[in-house]
Design a protein around this ligand. Structure first.
Ligand code: ZN
Length: 236
Protein backbone atom coordinates (compact mmCIF):
# COMPACT_ATOMS: atom_id res chain seq x y z
CA UNK A 1 0.00 0.00 0.00
CA UNK A 2 1.20 3.45 -0.89
CA UNK A 3 2.19 5.59 2.09
CA UNK A 4 0.11 8.68 2.72
CA UNK A 5 0.89 12.01 4.37
CA UNK A 6 -1.02 14.67 6.26
CA UNK A 7 0.37 18.20 5.95
CA UNK A 8 -0.29 20.89 8.55
CA UNK A 9 -1.31 23.75 6.26
CA UNK A 10 -1.54 27.23 7.78
CA UNK A 11 -1.88 29.22 4.59
CA UNK A 12 1.66 30.57 4.94
CA UNK A 13 4.72 30.28 2.73
CA UNK A 14 6.43 27.47 4.65
CA UNK A 15 3.48 25.12 5.04
CA UNK A 16 2.54 25.66 1.39
CA UNK A 17 6.08 24.72 0.34
CA UNK A 18 5.77 21.63 2.56
CA UNK A 19 2.52 20.66 0.86
CA UNK A 20 4.32 20.57 -2.48
CA UNK A 21 7.23 18.73 -0.87
CA UNK A 22 4.74 16.07 0.29
CA UNK A 23 3.09 15.86 -3.13
CA UNK A 24 6.52 15.34 -4.65
CA UNK A 25 7.48 12.70 -2.13
CA UNK A 26 4.22 10.77 -1.61
CA UNK A 27 2.48 11.49 -4.90
CA UNK A 28 -0.78 13.16 -5.90
CA UNK A 29 -3.73 11.39 -4.31
CA UNK A 30 -1.66 10.40 -1.29
CA UNK A 31 -1.54 13.75 0.45
CA UNK A 32 -4.12 15.51 2.62
CA UNK A 33 -4.01 18.81 4.48
CA UNK A 34 -5.22 19.83 7.91
CA UNK A 35 -5.76 23.47 8.85
CA UNK A 36 -6.45 24.72 12.36
CA UNK A 37 -8.96 27.43 13.04
CA UNK A 38 -7.50 28.47 16.39
CA UNK A 39 -9.17 31.84 16.65
CA UNK A 40 -6.46 33.64 14.69
CA UNK A 41 -7.18 37.36 14.35
CA UNK A 42 -6.39 37.16 10.68
CA UNK A 43 -9.11 35.05 9.11
CA UNK A 44 -7.41 35.67 5.76
CA UNK A 45 -4.99 32.85 6.71
CA UNK A 46 -7.86 30.37 6.54
CA UNK A 47 -8.93 31.65 3.11
CA UNK A 48 -5.34 31.31 1.91
CA UNK A 49 -5.04 27.75 3.20
CA UNK A 50 -8.27 26.79 1.44
CA UNK A 51 -7.09 28.32 -1.84
CA UNK A 52 -3.74 26.59 -1.62
CA UNK A 53 -5.40 23.23 -0.98
CA UNK A 54 -7.77 23.66 -3.91
CA UNK A 55 -4.97 24.72 -6.25
CA UNK A 56 -2.87 21.72 -5.19
CA UNK A 57 -5.84 19.37 -5.54
CA UNK A 58 -5.63 17.98 -2.01
CA UNK A 59 -8.45 17.30 0.43
CA UNK A 60 -8.42 19.71 3.36
CA UNK A 61 -9.84 19.26 6.83
CA UNK A 62 -10.35 22.37 8.95
CA UNK A 63 -10.30 21.62 12.67
CA UNK A 64 -11.52 24.22 15.16
CA UNK A 65 -9.39 24.77 18.27
CA UNK A 66 -10.99 27.68 20.04
CA UNK A 67 -8.93 27.42 23.19
CA UNK A 68 -5.94 29.60 22.21
CA UNK A 69 -8.01 32.79 22.18
CA UNK A 70 -9.29 31.96 25.67
CA UNK A 71 -5.67 31.68 26.87
CA UNK A 72 -4.95 35.25 25.75
CA UNK A 73 -1.59 36.95 26.01
CA UNK A 74 -0.34 36.67 22.44
CA UNK A 75 -0.48 38.90 19.41
CA UNK A 76 -1.90 36.28 17.06
CA UNK A 77 -5.22 35.90 18.86
CA UNK A 78 -5.40 39.04 21.02
CA UNK A 79 -6.25 42.27 19.21
CA UNK A 80 -4.95 44.33 22.15
CA UNK A 81 -1.37 43.19 21.66
CA UNK A 82 0.57 44.73 18.79
CA UNK A 83 3.09 42.79 16.73
CA UNK A 84 5.55 45.60 16.09
CA UNK A 85 7.06 45.88 19.54
CA UNK A 86 8.29 42.33 19.16
CA UNK A 87 9.56 40.65 22.28
CA UNK A 88 7.69 39.90 25.50
CA UNK A 89 9.71 41.40 28.39
CA UNK A 90 8.88 38.55 30.76
CA UNK A 91 9.53 35.54 28.55
CA UNK A 92 12.03 36.95 26.05
CA UNK A 93 9.98 35.29 23.32
CA UNK A 94 8.28 37.00 20.38
CA UNK A 95 4.82 38.17 21.43
CA UNK A 96 3.44 36.24 18.47
CA UNK A 97 4.33 33.08 20.42
CA UNK A 98 1.33 30.96 21.36
CA UNK A 99 2.72 28.60 24.02
CA UNK A 100 2.81 25.03 22.79
CA UNK A 101 0.95 25.81 19.60
CA UNK A 102 2.86 23.43 17.32
CA UNK A 103 2.73 20.64 19.89
CA UNK A 104 -1.04 20.96 20.03
CA UNK A 105 -1.37 21.20 16.24
CA UNK A 106 0.71 18.08 15.66
CA UNK A 107 -1.07 16.15 18.38
CA UNK A 108 -4.43 16.89 16.77
CA UNK A 109 -2.94 16.11 13.34
CA UNK A 110 -1.79 12.74 14.69
CA UNK A 111 -5.24 12.09 16.12
CA UNK A 112 -6.71 12.82 12.68
CA UNK A 113 -4.09 10.72 10.88
CA UNK A 114 -4.51 7.63 13.03
CA UNK A 115 -8.07 6.62 12.05
CA UNK A 116 -7.19 7.33 8.41
CA UNK A 117 -4.20 5.03 8.48
CA UNK A 118 -1.87 7.92 7.65
CA UNK A 119 1.61 7.46 9.08
CA UNK A 120 3.38 10.62 7.93
CA UNK A 121 2.87 14.13 9.27
CA UNK A 122 4.52 17.08 7.55
CA UNK A 123 5.09 20.46 9.17
CA UNK A 124 6.88 23.59 7.98
CA UNK A 125 8.60 24.44 11.24
CA UNK A 126 12.22 25.56 10.99
CA UNK A 127 14.95 25.86 13.56
CA UNK A 128 17.07 28.19 11.46
CA UNK A 129 16.24 31.74 10.47
CA UNK A 130 13.04 31.70 12.51
CA UNK A 131 11.51 33.90 15.20
CA UNK A 132 12.71 31.99 18.25
CA UNK A 133 9.84 29.61 18.92
CA UNK A 134 11.00 26.73 21.15
CA UNK A 135 8.29 24.45 19.74
CA UNK A 136 9.97 24.65 16.31
CA UNK A 137 13.24 23.06 17.42
CA UNK A 138 14.24 19.67 16.07
CA UNK A 139 14.66 18.23 19.55
CA UNK A 140 11.13 19.26 20.43
CA UNK A 141 9.71 17.65 17.28
CA UNK A 142 11.71 14.44 17.68
CA UNK A 143 10.56 14.11 21.26
CA UNK A 144 6.95 14.77 20.29
CA UNK A 145 7.15 12.15 17.53
CA UNK A 146 8.29 9.60 20.12
CA UNK A 147 5.53 10.62 22.52
CA UNK A 148 2.87 10.32 19.81
CA UNK A 149 4.11 6.88 18.70
CA UNK A 150 4.03 5.67 22.28
CA UNK A 151 0.82 7.39 23.22
CA UNK A 152 -1.09 6.07 20.20
CA UNK A 153 0.73 2.72 19.87
CA UNK A 154 1.20 3.66 16.23
CA UNK A 155 4.22 4.13 13.95
CA UNK A 156 4.19 7.76 12.92
CA UNK A 157 6.87 9.96 11.37
CA UNK A 158 6.95 13.74 11.65
CA UNK A 159 8.67 15.24 8.60
CA UNK A 160 10.21 18.70 8.91
CA UNK A 161 11.67 19.40 5.45
CA UNK A 162 12.45 23.02 6.30
CA UNK A 163 14.04 22.41 9.72
CA UNK A 164 17.56 23.51 8.75
CA UNK A 165 16.74 25.55 5.65
CA UNK A 166 17.29 29.28 5.52
CA UNK A 167 14.44 31.38 4.17
CA UNK A 168 16.33 31.67 0.87
CA UNK A 169 16.75 27.86 0.76
CA UNK A 170 13.01 27.51 1.29
CA UNK A 171 12.28 29.85 -1.60
CA UNK A 172 14.62 27.88 -3.87
CA UNK A 173 12.97 24.64 -2.73
CA UNK A 174 9.54 26.08 -3.57
CA UNK A 175 10.83 26.96 -7.03
CA UNK A 176 12.25 23.47 -7.57
CA UNK A 177 8.98 21.88 -6.46
CA UNK A 178 6.85 24.08 -8.73
CA UNK A 179 5.26 25.72 -5.70
CA UNK A 180 5.97 29.34 -6.64
CA UNK A 181 2.55 30.00 -8.24
CA UNK A 182 0.88 28.74 -5.06
CA UNK A 183 2.92 31.19 -2.97
CA UNK A 184 0.91 34.00 -4.57
CA UNK A 185 -2.02 32.77 -2.45
CA UNK A 186 -0.13 32.62 0.85
CA UNK A 187 -0.36 34.88 3.86
CA UNK A 188 2.68 35.86 5.91
CA UNK A 189 2.07 39.42 7.14
CA UNK A 190 1.44 39.69 10.91
CA UNK A 191 -0.89 42.58 10.18
CA UNK A 192 -3.09 40.25 8.15
CA UNK A 193 -3.35 42.45 5.08
CA UNK A 194 -2.92 41.89 1.35
CA UNK A 195 -0.94 43.38 -0.24
CA UNK A 196 1.40 42.66 2.71
CA UNK A 197 2.53 45.62 4.86
CA UNK A 198 6.19 45.00 4.07
CA UNK A 199 7.28 46.27 7.49
CA UNK A 200 6.35 43.71 10.14
CA UNK A 201 8.95 41.09 11.17
CA UNK A 202 7.21 38.39 9.13
CA UNK A 203 7.12 40.52 5.96
CA UNK A 204 10.76 41.54 6.41
CA UNK A 205 11.88 37.93 6.87
CA UNK A 206 9.89 36.79 3.85
CA UNK A 207 11.24 39.59 1.65
CA UNK A 208 14.82 38.84 2.77
CA UNK A 209 14.43 35.19 1.74
CA UNK A 210 13.17 36.00 -1.73
CA UNK A 211 15.82 38.70 -2.18
CA UNK A 212 18.64 36.33 -1.19
CA UNK A 213 17.30 33.64 -3.51
CA UNK A 214 17.06 36.22 -6.31
CA UNK A 215 13.46 35.26 -7.02
CA UNK A 216 10.53 37.72 -7.06
CA UNK A 217 7.84 37.01 -4.46
CA UNK A 218 4.72 35.88 -6.41
CA UNK A 219 2.52 37.46 -3.71
CA UNK A 220 4.16 40.86 -4.15
CA UNK A 221 4.09 40.44 -7.94
CA UNK A 222 0.38 39.65 -7.84
CA UNK A 223 -0.38 43.07 -6.42
CA UNK A 224 2.23 44.87 -8.45
CA UNK A 225 0.48 43.62 -11.59
CA UNK A 226 -2.72 45.45 -10.65
CA UNK A 227 -3.44 49.14 -10.13
CA UNK A 228 -3.52 49.93 -6.41
CA UNK A 229 -6.99 51.42 -6.71
CA UNK A 230 -8.49 48.10 -7.84
CA UNK A 231 -10.84 46.55 -5.26
CA UNK A 232 -8.82 43.32 -5.22
CA UNK A 233 -5.79 45.18 -3.96
CA UNK A 234 -7.22 45.64 -0.46
CA UNK A 235 -8.38 42.48 1.30
CA UNK A 236 -9.66 39.52 -0.59
ZN1 ZN B 1 3.56 42.60 7.27
Amino acid sequence: MMERALVVLSGGQDSTTCLYWALNRFGAGHVEAVTFDYGQRHRIELDCAARVAVRAGVAQTVLPINTFAALGGNALTDANIGVRNGVDAKTGLPNTFVPGRNLIFLTFAAALAHPRGIRHLVTGVAQTDYSGYPDCRQTTLQTLERALCLGMEYELTIHTPLMFQSKADTVRLARDLGALPALADTQTCYNGIQPPCGECPACVLRAKGFAEAGIPDPLVERFRAKPLTAPESSLF
